[in-house]
Every structure is written in C-alpha cells, then in structure tokens.
Design a protein around this ligand. Structure first.
Ligand code: NAP
Ligand code: SF4
Length: 672
C-alpha cells in the first residue's frame, strides 16, 4: 500500500478525474517571455511526465494594463494562441493537464499604465495606479473572460483566476485599496462584486466542462484586510458563480510577514485552509511551505484541504510525484525555500531556475547526455560544487571518485544547516547523501586528496572550497576573537557579541547568536506569534502585534561599507533577515573602520577620516569577513600537466553561494 493514500486518491471534478491530489502552483519563471515555446513546452512536459495531476502556468496578462510589467506574457493574438498550443499539446502527450493562470496585476503592475479600484499607490511600487471608472471596470472583466476563452482555444484544461496576493481582484475586496462609493465599493457585498462577476462571466464564456480555479486570499496579512466572514462569503459566492476549485493564497506581496521563505515553518498556513473546509462543496487547495510527500499527506489526512499545491518543489524536482508514488521519497531533490534561483531571478528579470536543480527552466540547454568516452575522474571536495559535479558526471557514465578530508559530505552546507531558520539545508544534505549512496561514485571521506593520489586520473575537478578571509584587525589573536566556523560549531560565546562583516554569513551568525531556544521555524505557534499572525476570525487580515522572543544576547553587526547592512542579501529574502534581527534588537552599523581588538571589546572609528573612535563593548568578537579561494591543489596538479578544472569557491570565492557552486558543478559535468 502507498505510504501516501490521501495524496494518491483520485479527485473527481465531474467532467474529469484527477489521478492524485497534487497541483503544481503557478510560478512566474520569465520563460514565456523568451518566446522560445519549445523551451516552455519542455519545462511543463517534464513536470507532466513526473506525474503531477494538474499544473497552473505562470500568470498570463488579460490585457496590456494588467501585465505584471510592460511586455509581460499574455494571450493577446491568434499567434499567441498557437504558441500556447505547443505547450498544451506537449503536456497532453505526456498524459498531463494544465490550466492557464489569468493574472491581472492591478496596482502591482510595474508600469505607468497600471489600474486599480482607487488611485492608491502600493508601498512596493513606484507607480501610482489610475482609478478605473465603471466602463473601465467592465473592460477588465470582459478582457479576463476573453483571456479564458483564448486559453480554452489554446488547449488548456482550465484557467486559474488570480484573486489573491494583493493583485487586481484582491484590491477590490478591502478598504485598504478600495475607497469607491459606487456599486464596486463600500459595503462588503459591493467590494466582492468584481471577483464574483469575473468568475460568473468566465464560467459563462468557457462553458461547464472546463476547470475554473479561483485563487482566494484567505489571509491578507495587511492592515484593513478582509475579515474571516468576508472571506467565507466570497468563497461561497465564487462557488455559486461557477468556480470548480478554490486554490488559496496567503499574504499580499506588500505584507511584512514572510509566507514562503525558508524560515517559514513547513505547512505554516494549512490551519487557515482547514477553516474553510466545509464552508464550500468544491475542492479546496492548500499551499505554502509544503515540500515533502510526508507533509502533503499529513495536511490531507488531517482534513486541512482536498488537494495540495506545490510550486517551487517542482523546480527542484520535476519527478516529485512519481518518486513519491514509487516510495522513493528520499530521492526527491528538496526545495529548501531559499528563493535564490527562482523568485530572486524572476524579480531581477532573469529566467528562474533552482539552486538545487540548475536544469529547471534550462531543460533544453543544460542536458546531461551519456558520455561518448567515459573517463576516470577525481572530484576533490564534497561540498555543493563537488557533489553536484560528481553526481552529474556519474549520471553521464564517467567513473567518479569523490574525495573530502572531512568525515561527512556537504562542506559549508553543514554550517548553514545549524542556523535557525535554515533547517531545510539538512534535507538537502540528506538528499545528497542518498544520491551519492545510490550512485556509482566511489566516495572517500576523511581522505586528503594529495596531488600524488589524484594525478593518475584522466581529469581532476578541484572543488576544495574556501577558507575564511583574515581581516587583519590589530589584536585579533586574542582568545575572545572567534571565526564563524568556531561559533557555528559550538564554541562558547559571551553575553555581548560583535560581528565583523555583515554579509550572508554575518547575518546568519547574528541569527544564531540571538536565538535563545529552539528555532521558531520548528515551532509554528512561536513563529506565528513572532511575526504577528493570528486567527483571521479574530483580526482583520490575520494580523496581530508581533511578539518576538527575547534575544539570547546583545549583538552588534558591523561592516566597513557606508551603506545599509544587508542591502546585498537576497532580493526577496533580505528584508526578512533585516526585520528578524531588528526584532531581536541587533544594532547594525555600516561605515566603520576596525581600529583594534581590546580586552573589553572592539574599537572602531567612523567615516573616511576615521573620526570618533569608540569601543563597542563585547566579550566575544566573531569574524565573518568573507572568504578566499582554497585551490593550492589545482596549481600543483597543473604544474604536473594534469587536466584540472576548478569550480565553486575554489574558483571564485567572492559572493560564493550554493547556487553558483551547484550550477557550476553541473554545467562543467555536462561538458566533460
Ligand atoms: P560576503 O557576503 O562577501 O560578506 C563578507 C563581509 O565581510 C562583508 O560584510 C564585508 O563588508 C566584510 N569584509 C570583507 N573584507 C573584509 C576585511 N578585509 N575586513 C573586514 N571585513 C571585511 O561573504 P560571507 O558573509 O562570508 O558570505 C559568503 C557567501 O555566502 C555570500 O555570497 C553570501 O551571499 C552567501 N550566503 C548567503 C546566505 C543567504 O542567506 N542567502 C547566507 C550565508 C551566506 P565590508 O567590506 O563592507 O566590511
Ligand atoms: Fe526552492 Fe530555492 Fe530551488 Fe527556489 S531556488 S525552487 S526556493 S530550492
């Protein structure tokens, strides 16, 4: 019997029966904007082949003013329809199903033509929207219905009408963004008129035998959000208007509560979806931070939803569903919810991919073909770069020996996994362990790969990583100065700590040092209290006063650059790290010069003139001053005439992270 009986129970939608309870949620990958429809089709076909019951595309604009940015993909012309047919045909050929999301961005549309119920600018957009008149609203409804008809013509199995996350339809629902006094604003009935009318008109336009998902915002997480009664009334009205599934959304994009980042507990919002169960008769889908079959099965078994939506986990592993069905869950490459290669790319206008799986969205470009002439290849270093290279080389048929002087694999990922809020890295380490064990790789841990030991291989991949940079601060040899490696591996730290360097690791160490007990990421109630999330039945939008835990110690975070510390952290996650540390009272100071370590702390000055020296009291000083490449082996081997490839931190230490390391390792392996 399947270990996931609820996950693999078919779902009868009337005109169609879905084979399991897994939906691939909408992701804006920027793939459609490439207009390379073969590539778009390859992306979705791989996920269809992997067994997911139903997929939802990235948001397609119903008209120019509703696009997330000027030039955003949509279905505007006959040519667009035939392009989308390439995708739907490939998905159907794989036995899959796909619905197109219709996304009207409203005031989030990143351009001067954006429209909204009222002319109120979003705090996360520079563009004030134009308030629509009655005719303008009618046009938006008609355009959305037309987009649904075009989706049907393009071969989609359904549409998802995006009504959450603070986009156009959601904006009508709350007084925060809707100050109208006509029939589209004012009373709750008037505010919900637009979304309900959209669903009614879409259903009328597409007919009965077509999936119509409505994505409803269950928890706005912004001031003046919906009450729970309003949410339930909308759900019922949308069902009556013709929705066949309710998918759920959590949090507007401008919300100051993280909803999908790695520090958000798994299944953090399934309890909200559970509140809606029984209020409607159509299937209800839950989402957010569900990334393993065990978690998905549990939320279904507990009656939190009829289906689960996962999005990013399908970037990490297109075969998620098939592996779960075959009881091979440990082989599922885990989404660690880092956003580094997906959302951070999307918001930077780049094509999304995945830190764990660089082939995501690059299915036609990064191909691991069987090697024409298999070689004996030594990979030195079992961190993310070496591991990904070794696995990809093995997959291609090379004979790989993987060395690491440490007794465990994973390199610096082992340090990341110790940081509160980064527990997901443990799953990534486990996955690498499983995949190496199942591969043909000859793994040699606790083994120093000397030049003599590896010189006899056909080729050598040097992935020896980095060593901490020496900041050369006068007096840093004192016993109360530690490196981040010491601290993260358990060295005692006093009541007051100063951190030198405010990069990714400085922030991680600050979180590690301020956390008193177990990480709130592992305790949902603590996490909800910390971020001020409460039952939407008791507070509009589910917002309460945040109650962060008291910090474990006093921490000061320093950098030399005269800019806001943390400015260079991840585009979609940096604000979370900054907010978390502010809540813990961490003082962050930029523009300092390190004058010297003293028994009572660290003396710094400020400004280019090194004025106003002051002692920052500390009983421990932690050096997080970046890293330098460790690649002495590469030089020795090259001098002997060996074929050597240097990857990961050993190649470039600056701004090294697991994303670049894994990508580089995989890309190199594809070429050897
Ligand atoms: P980093 O991000 O390059 O930051 C190094 C820090 O050290 C900077 O704040 C820098 O600021 C300071 N620094 C550099 N040279 C110094 C010197 N000679 N003396 C004193 N301070 C110096 O490196 P990292 O923090 O070690 O992180 C390594 C990589 O891992 C980064 O790419 C980072 O993005 C990644 N990472 C990411 C995350 C994440 O959450 N996404 C978490 C951890 C690590 P000043 O030069 O201004 O002083
Ligand atoms: Fe998940 Fe990170 Fe991959 Fe995005 S980049 S899909 S968050 S593992």
């Amino acid at each position: 019997m399947s270990p996931y009986p609820h996950l693999f129970a078919p779902l009868d939608l009337g005109h169609v029966v879905l084979p399991n309870r897994v939906l691939m949620g909408s992701m804006h990958t920027n793939l459609e904007e490439t207009k390379d429809w073969n590539r778009v089709a390859a992306f979705y076909a791989a996920r269809a082949r992997g067994g997911v019951a139903l997929m939802v595309t990235g948001g397609m604009a119903p008209n120019r003013e509703g696009g997330v940015f000027p030039g955003a993909a949509g279905l505007f012309t006959t040519a667009d329809i035939s392009n989308h047919r390439v995708v739907t045909d490939r998905v159907h050929a794989e036995g899959g199903r796909i619905a197109m999301q219709i996304l009207h961005a409203g005031r989030y549309a990143y351009g001067p033509d954006c429209v909204a119920p009222s002319a109120i600018k979003s705090p996360i957009s520079p563009f004030p929207p134009r308030e629509l008149d009655d005719a303008g609203i009618e046009k938006q409804i008609a355009d959305i219905a037309t987009a649904a008809v075009r989706a049907r013509e393009a071969g989609y199995d359904g549409v998802e009408v995006m009504g959450s996350e603070g986009y156009f339809l959601n904006e009508f629902l709350v007084t925060r963004t809707n100050r109208r006094t006509d029939r589209w604003g004012g009373s709750p009935e008037n505010r919900m008129r637009l979304p309900v009318e959209v669903v009614r008109r879409v259903r009328a336009a597409v007919g009965p035998d077509f999936i119509l998902i409505y994505r409803i915002s269950l928890l706005d997480l912004v001031p003046e959000g919906q009450t729970w009664d309003e949410v339930v009334a909308l759900a019922k009205a949308v069902e009556t208007a013709g929705a066949s599934i309710l998918n759920t959304g959590i949090g507007w994009h401008e919300a100051r509560v993280p909803t999908i980042a790695t520090s958000v507990p798994r299944r953090a919002f399934a309890w909200v979806t559970k509140k809606l169960m029984g209020e409607v008769t159509v299937p209800v889908i839950t989402s957010n931070r569900i990334n393993t079959p065990e978690v998905a099965e549990a939320v279904l078994a507990e009656g939190c939803a009829d289906m689960v939506s996962m999005a990013r986990p399908f970037l990490a592993d297109p075969e998620f569903v098939r592996k779960a069905a075959e009881d091979r869950a440990p082989e599922i490459a885990p989404c660690i919810a880092c956003n580094q290669a997906c959302l951070d790319h999307t918001f930077a206008g780049r094509i999304s991919s995945c830190l764990v799986n660089p082939r995501a969205c690059f299915e036609t470009e990064l191909v691991l073909e069987p090697a024409v002439a298999p070689k004996r290849i030594a990979v030195v270093g079992a961190g993310p770069a070496g591991l990904s290279a070794a696995l990809a080389l093995d997959a291609r048929g090379h004979a790989v020996t993987l060395f690491d002087r440490a007794p465990v694999l994973g390199g610096q990922l082992n340090l990341a996994a110790r940081v509160p809020g980064k527990e997901e890295f443990r799953g990534l380490l486990d996955w690498f362990g499983t995949m190496v064990a199942e591969s043909g790789i000859d793994l040699r841990l606790s083994t120093e790969a000397t030049a003599d030991a590896v010189a006899g291989y056909d080729e050598v991949v040097v992935a020896t990583g980095v060593r901490p940079r020496d900041p050369q601060i006068p007096g840093q040899d004192a016993p109360h100065v530690l490196s981040y490696v010491d601290v993260l591996t358990g060295a005692p730290v006093g009541e007051r700590a100063v951190i030198v360097g405010a990069g990714g690791i400085g922030f991680d160490v600050a979180e590690f040092l301020t956390q008193a007990g177990e990480s709130p990421t592992l305790h949902l109630d603590d996490w909800l209290a910390e971020w001020g999330v409460t039952d939407p039945g008791t507070a509009r939008g589910g917002l309460a006063e945040p109650k962060p835990e008291a910090p474990a110690r006093v921490v000061t975070l320093l950098q030399r650059k005269p800019e806001k510390p943390g400015r260079r952290l991840g585009r979609t996650t940096g604000w979370i790290h900054r907010a978390a540390l502010q809540a813990k009272g961490v003082e962050m100071i930029g523009g300092v010069t390190y004058e010297g370590v003293e028994p009572g702390g660290l003396r710094v000055s400020s400004g280019p003139g090194r004025e106003g020296t002051r002692l920052i009291p500390a009983d421990t000083i932690v050096l997080c001053a970046g890293q330098e490449s460790e690649r002495s082996l590469a030089g020795t081997l090259a001098a002997r005439g060996c074929v050597v490839h240097v990857i990961g931190g050993a190649d470039i230490a600056a701004e090294l992270d697991a994303k670049r390391a894994i990508d580089q390792g995989t890309r190199l392996a594809a070429t050897l």
